[in-house]
Design a protein around this ligand. Structure first.
Ligand SMILES: NC(=O)c1ccc[n+]([C@@H]2O[C@H](COP(=O)([O-])OP(=O)(O)OC[C@H]3O[C@@H](n4cnc5c(N)ncnc54)[C@H](O)[C@@H]3O)[C@@H](O)[C@H]2O)c1
Length: 254
């Protein structure tokens, strides 16, 4: 049983870095045409050229997923440029490292804008196109912090909890339309987000502490999550919708 996306089209947000980039690589390796989306133009172009130097099977759109008009334009572009949209993966996301009492209004609105509105706007645009097409898969990036709480990242926890239940609601709304909606919920993953919004650089001691917080004793590599996203997006997951698939080396099993 092989996952084959030949002739199919995937849209991946957050594709310039971390798990979004790893997911884009996995789709290309499975033969998909891919529309890469991110707000970081330089990194996005580098990933696009790495995946297809001719830029025939890969194209990009630079912009901010918290803007609904941009998300509508992304899905319209996938259909115009490649003719269809089979898989949409919402990996773009940010973190705010503050407890609730230290979270500013601006930080709250910023993280809700990207992590919740960004996922909603893109999933809504994707679902509209997929319902018209009669098929498709949406995979949203949730998190272990959408499932269990964590001190010091209150707004992030709230944003990922929202993604989890948005995923369930949209799965039910489109279960009769041939459109599956699932979420992947990673634990601690070795991506640039680990260093993001910290007051100090990531030290070896911090990495070791994070690794020791995981039952398997190590961080995930982005590819270990991307493989699950590819599976969820594929026909092998044909009976899965509304699922929150935890990939955390046992973190939330305790
Ligand atoms: N790294 C982890 O441990 C971890 C764990 C659980 C869940 N997640 C989630 O996985 C997803 C991917 O995270 P990652 O670790 O690969 O992060 P990352 O920082 O490596 O990549 C995130 C990408 O999203 C892009 N992005 C951010 N805001 C955007 C916006 N408004 N519009 C367009 N692009 C935007 C960034 O430019 C970046 O390229 C995120 O949703 C994150 O919350 C990460």
């Amino acid at each position: 049983m092989q996952i084959d996306f030949t002739g199919r089209v995937a849209v991946v947000t957050g594709a310039a870095s971390g798990m979004g980039a790893a997911t884009a690589r996995a789709f290309r390796a499975a033969g998909a045409k891919v529309l890469l989306v991110d707000r970081n133009a330089a990194l996005l172009n580098a990933v696009a050229l790495e995946l297809d130097a001719s830029l025939e099977q890969v194209t990009t759109m630079v912009g901010d997923v918290s803007q609904s008009a941009f998300c509508d334009a992304v899905i319209a572009q996938a259909v115009t440029h490649f003719g269809r949209v089979d898989a949409v993966v919402n990996a773009a996301g940010i973190i705010v490292r503050a407890g609730a009492v230290d979270t500013t209004d601006e930080d709250w609105m910023r993280i809700m804008g990207v992590n919740v509105s960004g996922v909603f706007f893109m999933a809504r645009a994707a679902a509209r196109a997929m319902v018209a097409q009669g098929s498709g898969s949406i995979v949203n990036f949730g998190s272990i912090w959408g499932d269990v709480g964590a001190a010091g990242v209150a707004a992030y926890c709230a944003s990922k909890g929202a993604v989890h239940n948005l995923t369930r609601a949209m799965a039910l709304e489109h279960a009769q339309h041939g459109v599956r909606v699932n979420a992947v919920c990673p634990g601690e993953v070795n991506t640039p987000m680990l260093a993001s919004e910290r007051n100090e650089p990531v030290s070896a001691a911090l990495l070791e502490r994070l690794a020791q917080s995981v039952p398997m004793g190590r961080l995930a590599e982005p590819e270990e999550i991307a493989r699950v996203v590819l599976f969820l997006s594929s026909d092998l997951a044909s009976y899965m919708t509304g699922s929150l698939v935890t990939v955390d080396a046992g973190y939330t099993a305790r």
